[in-house]
Design a protein around this ligand. Structure first.
Ligand SMILES: C[S@@+](CC[C@H](N)C(=O)[O-])C[C@H]1O[C@@H](n2cnc3c(N)ncnc32)[C@H](O)[C@@H]1O
Length: 197
């Protein structure tokens, strides 16, 4: 589901960028990537996360996919020259990834799984496209943050079949994604890396 205008303001803000930068450094400390990797960011929005991933992990190739054509237009418009041969943005659905099985070394998710109507299908697709030993790097948020008494009036999210920490972690385990020790979790959010066994 696309974001509405208040959430668009938030995800396109400089503060969001700073938070993503800090989170990506944390994820790198949990598990770095070898040089020459092929990576995907789902729900890349206006492309800030993709630039941070490129600088931090230095993959050979990164694809950024988002369901919202307006976000992808913005990402392409803001794409710096130094990234053009390594970074490709396109419109697509994280619930139906247009990749072969086992084609990615890493998949990044900055807060989009809770936007999916069928979030379990999203996790299943991530696992399918990852190589064995590949990493799922994520920041994900729970209803206590995005659907509390205040935020549910401001923001637009699917309301059926929602997940909290136990369901999210169980879905990773069910798909054979092993959560690495050292992840951070509160009742609002989780930040961590899971590896495809
Ligand atoms: C909360 S925003 C996060 C944007 C960016 N990743 C960030 O952290 O700032 C969620 C993003 O997921 C995208 N999105 C929602 N449903 C999607 C889907 N089914 N497939 C791909 N992207 C989706 C939205 O268009 C939006 O850009």
């Amino acid at each position: 589901m696309k974001v509405n205008w208040p959430e668009r303001l938030w995800v396109n803000s400089p503060l969001r960028y700073l938070i993503q930068q800090r989170e990506t450094q944390f994820l790198k400390r949990l598990r770095d990537l070898e040089p020459g990797t092929r990576c995907l960011e789902i729900g890349c929005g206006h492309g800030a996360g993709a630039r941070i991933i490129l600088r931090t992990f230095q993959p050979e190739r990164l694809d950024g996919l988002d369901v919202d054509p307006a976000m992808i237009r913005l990402a392409i418009k803001r794409q710096p020259h130094w990234t053009v041969d390594r970074l490709l943005f396109f419109v697509g659905d994280a619930q139906q990834l247009p990749y072969a099985d086992g084609s990615m070394d890493a998949v990044f998710n900055f807060g989009i799984i809770h936007h999916l109507e069928n979030w379990e299908q999203g996790i299943s697709e991530i696992c399918r496209v990852l190589k064995r030993g590949g990493g799922f790097y994520f920041e994900e948020i729970y209803p206590a943050l995005y659907a509390n008494a205040i935020t549910r009036r401001l923001l637009d999210h699917p309301t059926e079949n929602r997940f909290h920490g136990p369901e999210y972690r169980a879905a990773l385990q069910k798909e054979g994604l092993r959560l690495l020790p050292g992840y951070k979790e509160t009742r609002f959010a989780i930040l961590g890396v899971a590896v495809k066994e």
